[in-house]
Design a protein around this ligand. Structure first.
Ligand code: FAD
Length: 276
């Protein structure tokens, strides 16, 4: 398999135990020499301090760390303050998102879409940040139509995004088609596939339902049939996701971004299998 750049996504832990576990995860995954790692951000303030703390902890280890930043439910003033904080800490890489409002939170905020956040970051900070945006090979669940979603993606790039990371998928053709269609719209930035390791059937089905990613029937049926047999789920999941990664790498995908869920084992096993 061709060598491919790796990046890893973490979420900010809420407890000391979680922090310790994440440090161990990072230490294990650092051996794979990721290009960068990213840290998610809770819309509406739930994990905002946690994102900064985690990013600073990672940066101390000499690894490039990119905080995610979402605009929904936020004022321009608060976004400006967060950007200033990141800059003052030497952060130069950011993942710009709309985010989702937590249930019960009604205020959309001053910026409605990620394209507006990207434009805002560029207006406020010029070229201070490398900006990543999200892309959806199987389309965002709220999109009016596939075409509309593709155009919304192109708008984010036009507004100043430097590269994109996709929602996870298990059907490589959806990604290849999406990239072709984006290129036809003049999008020329790298579109890095997001990879979800498979370790848990019910969690995977729940996440996929929420974010609009398709778990093909043959994969769902096999996983379901293993019941509580975690070892079989792990082994099958490793086969499926490693094959997907190999296909993507062989087709010159510009990198692989792993949704680690703060666990090293499944991601490390896939990277080892594909020779990363
Ligand atoms: P947008 O690009 O703004 O798109 C959202 C929807 O609006 C789409 O349906 C799009 O078609 C539509 N749209 C866009 N522009 C317009 C317009 N002008 N008019 C009408 N419709 C429009 N969530 C978090 O809360 N925290 C995170 O850290 C986080 N990290 C993520 C990382 C990645 C790589 C990905 C793929 C997703 C992540 N998410 C995160 C989830 C993301 O916030 C949700 O998917 C959210 O619903 C959409 O965010 P977006 O940036 O893609 O939004």
């Amino acid at each position: 398999m061709k060598p491919i750049e790796l990046s890893f996504e973490f979420f900010p832990p809420k407890t000391q135990d979680g922090m310790d576990k994440l440090r161990a995860t990072r230490a294990q995954l650092a051996l794979l020499k990721p290009k960068f790692v990213s840290v998610t951000f809770g819309a509406g303030g739930s994990t905002q301090q946690g994102t900064l703390d985690t990013v600073l902890d990672i940066a101390k280890e000499g690894v490039e760390a990119a905080p995610h930043l979402s605009c929904i439910g936020s004022s321009k003033e608060s976004l400006r303050a967060i950007l200033a904080r990141y800059r003052s800490h030497g952060i130069r890489h950011i993942v710009a998102l709309r985010g989702d409002l937590p249930s019960g939170m009604g205020e959309v905020g001053e910026l409605r879409y990620a394209s507006e956040l990207v434009a805002f970051i560029r207006e406020e900070t010029g070229d201070a940040f490398h900006i990543e945006v999200a892309a959806y090979p199987e389309y965002h669940p709220q999109a009016r139509s596939p075409r509309h979603d593709l155009e919304a993606f192109a708008r984010k790039v036009k507004a100043g995004a430097d590269s994109a990371i996709t929602q996870y998928f298990f059907n490589a053709d959806a990604y290849f088609r999406f990239v072709d269609d984006a290129r036809k719209l003049g999008v020329d930035v790298p579109i890095v596939p997001g990879i979800m390791p498979i370790t848990n059937y019910s969690q995977l089905m729940r996440f996929s339902e929420m974010c609009g990613a398709e778990v093909p029937r043959w994969i769902a049926k096999r996983l379901e049939s293993y019941g509580d047999d975690r070892e079989s789920i792990r082994a099958f999941g490793l086969d499926v996701v490693a094959d997907l990664c190999r296909r993507l790498a062989d087709a010159d995908a510009p990198g692989l971004h792993f949704y680690t869920l703060n666990n090293a084992a499944a991601t490390a096993a896939i990277c080892e299998r594909i020779g990363g």
